[in-house]
Design a protein around this ligand. Sequence first.
Ligand code: NI
Length: 167
Amino acid sequence: MALLPILHYPDLRLHTKALPVAEVDGRIRALAADMAETMYAAPGIGLAATQVNEHIRLVVIDVSEDKTGLLTFINPQIIEKSGQCEGEEGCLSVPGIYETVQRAERVKVRALNAEGKPFEMEADGLLAVCIQHELDHLEGKVFVQHLSQLKQTRIKARIAKLARESM
Ligand code: NI
């Protein structure tokens, strides 16, 4: 197991569209395990392969309080969504930035698990938001891209300032 470096916005590699996983083999399982370790260490509640510069459709999520609810989604697809909600989001690739984003309130997702077995899951609340946020990453979309251009420009300026201050 290993901690993986996380790409930081506005790194252009975060805007790569991820490719489907052809086969859930040992390499994919090892990457999923490393991603989970990286997510817990950060700490975060979700991580997409895109964020560790692996452009395949693989996401890990754990929204439990005691880190016992690890979910692995391979080739995930949202097959139903309903309702609307609004909440503050952050992202391990955009440290220090929290902004309100509109999302569907409930989603139904179809994916393969870490063993390569297909499953379907219905989610609401934080898990539903997290699934949508992570699946966006696989499309090359970072959560701040849901905001206005003006806000995105301000966020980039804020990130540049944070980077200067930490040098
Ligand atoms: Ni994120």
